[in-house]
Design a binder for this molecule. Sequence first.
Ligand SMILES: [Zn+2]
Length: 344
Amino acid sequence: MTATIRALTLVADRKLELVAAPAPPAPSAGEVQIAIKAVALNHIDLWGFRGMAFAKRKLPLVIGAEAAGEIVAVGSGVTAFKTGDPVVMYGALTCGACRACREGRDNLCENVAGLMGFHVDGFARDRLNLAARLVIPVPPGVDLRDAACAPIAFSTVEHMLFDNARLQPGETVLVQAGGSGIGTTAIKMAKAIGCTVITTVGDDEKVEKAKALGADHAINYRKDRFETITRKLTNKKGVDVVFEHVGGEGFNGSLLCLKRGGRLVTCGSTAGPSVNLNLMQLFQQQYRIIGSFGASMRNIRDSLAKMAQGLVPVIDTEVPLADLERGLARLESRQVFGKIVVRF
Ligand SMILES: [Zn+2]
């Protein structure tokens, strides 16, 4: 009898099944075998779950785009890890050889072979083998549930705020959708360096939760126009940085919140991918609009170091593996405040 593992598999659009799959063989040279302990959910899982006509992929597909686990075997030539080490994984199959990879700009790899859990099989399975160069150690004291939020949520925010928007201590930042996984992270990271944080949320309960996280001002965008309140709060000057990931109707409102020369960084468009842009406003106000997708392995290491110092993710819910679909439904409903983590 061959050993089997559980693998949460997307068999058709919106149809997930927990299937028994063959256990991976012993890791090859340069690989490690990882026992997955926690998978965190992201909007990219929702895109995959709903089905995307333009994504190059084949079903069935094991889902799970960010995760944490433990090393259970090492292949020959691997010296950086030993059995029992807690780890997280870089979820894009980069080449490791192109100029971008060599310079540590992993998310600009020229030969990336796919995003795990989206184009190719992901992390929502008991065990898998992976190239050791894509594996990052988790520092002591960091819970694997929290560490599972480092490879996408934490590192994306790290990359957006610090590499791209160059957020400085003392600046004012508007964090859109502050109750989301990356929104809660952005509030905490910006407060940690001494910024003033204004955030938008969708209900009054979240206003209180966002303030409890450290946000200086939280606006219920369903009741009030966030651009009017933000301009009022900044004495009509506007904010230095807008952290955007919503798009749609609100995008131009976000631009109106910027001061002259301000920076808007965006990594998402959950409310719609197209907007009308007033180019005169763009150049006269000297705005900088920066697109951001993914992060480097350095961003993940920096995220884990922040967690070790106590800057931990806000966890909305933990669900067992068999209930992952319930977690996705909760993410889709926008009722979340923080991250949804699936425990193995
Ligand atoms: Zn590369």
